[in-house]
Write a protein that binds this ligand. Structure first.
Ligand SMILES: [Zn+2]
Length: 294
């Protein structure tokens, strides 16, 4: 079992421990459970989907990286596939707080990067902040997304974000988690550059059209990609680097072991992720950063 789960393990009920151990007991546990695994766990524990997501929150929160706040937030996103995806907040010492990732953003982006096409619910251990409510309103689930908290009634995003401003106030374009392929190309055989290009081609930037993607290579030669997730309200947009760091963290990787990073974005884009990406990566100890432009 990964070290990050050791301290919290004793707080999990024995029945859930028994049900989870075949999965979480492996060092390569990817902080997600497939629909089949969920079904098996539910049968052993007698939980429904809601109760299981709540019971998993302490394990999700154990994935948080919080050098500034030491405040642990966990989230579980449930996809229409039945898969469950862990999420946790991430903070980065040495760069502005705007680079922070919230647990809901983490769980949602984690699901997106693993190919989930739509979310049914998100369960979180603290009430979602305004920033996250707006971030969630970008999803193709719309305001019907179920939002669940411990000891609170099950509500929808519409309850948490009344009189919402969202994507449909601006344009009729794909929503977050919709499948897209922007078709950008680069003349290269470099696999890491192509991985970043593929991420850019699946990024969500309907307002600026400034599509961007990133690929990170770590010391174990694992590759993690991230896609830019733009928001109708602009500020809650999630940079591609943060998306890749979410996947890296959830997969059990070490965000301070990145040995090469490739950012891919457009030559004529209105926005550039380059400076923010470089400053955050430098703070994480990575200095080999390249920017390729289509
Ligand atoms: Zn938040």
């Amino acid at each position: 079992m990964q070290a990050r789960f050791h301290a919290i393990w004793s707080e999990i009920t024995p029945k859930l421990q028994e049900a989870l151990l075949p999965y979480i007991g492996n060092d390569d546990f990817p902080a997600m459970l497939t629909a089949e695994q969920v079904e098996s766990i539910r049968q052993i524990c007698g939980f429904d989907d809601h109760a299981l997501a709540l019971a998993l929150l302490p394990l999700a929160a154990a994935c948080a990286i919080t050098p500034i706040s030491h405040f642990y937030v966990g989230a579980i996103a449930r996809g229409e596939s039945g898969n469950l995806y862990f999420g946790a907040n991430m903070e980065f010492a040495g760069v502005p707080l705007q680079q922070t990732v919230h647990a809901e953003q983490s769980a949602i982006t984690h699901a997106w990067l693993r190919g989930e096409k739509k979310l049914v619910s998100i369960t979180v251990n603290y009430s979602p902040c305004g920033h996250c409510r707006q971030f969630m309103n970008e999803l193709n689930s719309g305001t019907q997304l179920e939002v669940c908290l411990p000891n609170r009634p099950r509500l929808t995003l519409a309850d948490y974000l009344p009189e919402a401003f969202g994507p449909r106030d601006l344009l009729d374009a794909p929503l977050l988690l919709d499948s897209v392929n922007h078709g950008y190309q680069l003349d290269t055989c470099d696999a890491l550059v192509l991985a970043a290009l593929d991420a850019a081609n699946q990024s969500h930037a309907p307002y600026s059209q400034s599509h961007a993607g990133i690929a990170l290579l770590d010391e174990q030669n694992q590759v993690y990609t991230g896609r830019y997730a733009e928001n109708a309200a602009f500020n809650p947009s999630l940079p591609p680097l943060q998306a890749a760091l979410i996947l890296m963290n959830m997969s059990g990787g070490n965000c301070q072991s990145i040995k090469r990073a490739i950012l891919v974005e457009g030559k004529n884009s209105h926005l550039s992720q380059s400076n923010a990406t470089e400053s955050t990566l430098t703070a994480l100890g990575c200095t080999k950063i390249e920017c390729h432009r289509f």
